[in-house]
Design a protein around this ligand. Structure first.
Ligand SMILES: [Zn+2]
Length: 132
């Protein structure tokens, strides 16, 4: 990275680097969620309270969950996290994917994201945004 690089380029690199570190940690919890819920067809477990004593960067946040499975709805979840139990893992455990890396306030249901990903695989390329 050069000194003349604009701040937004540096910011993009930092965000990309964070996602590169976070995503591999979410693979096994995601596979576990798929197995437990048959890819979102069955109800998964609710939020598991964290009783960690580390107190390292511990916080309690309200996350709005966007569900578009059986019906479109929003639900607020009050969740705890700390350095040992990152919020992204807690969200994944209840079938949600964070909308942002740091302290997400919105999360999307994994069932919804699976449908969207299948839609984009099977949709005609001419219908994709940006297609000429
Ligand atoms: Zn902890």
């Amino acid at each position: 990275m050069s000194a003349s690089q604009p701040w937004w380029e540096k910011s993009k690199e930092i965000v990309a680097d964070h996602w590169k570190h976070l995503l591999p940690t979410l693979v096994w919890p995601f596979m576990h969620w798929c197995q437990e819920t048959s890819y979102g067809w069955h109800e998964g477990p609710g939020p598991v309270p964290i009783n960690c004593e580390c107190r390292k960067n511990s916080c309690r946040v309200e996350v709005t969950a966007v569900y578009m499975d059986h019906e479109c709805r929003l639900e607020n979840h009050l969740l705890s996290y700390c350095e040992c139990h990152p919020l992204a893992l807690t969200l994944l455990g209840i079938g949600l994917f964070p909308a942002s890396l740091i302290c997400p306030s919105i999360a999307f249901s994994l069932g919804h994201l699976l449908v969207v990903s299948k839609l984009f695989i099977h949709i005609s390329p001419t219908l994709l945004p940006g297609a000429a």
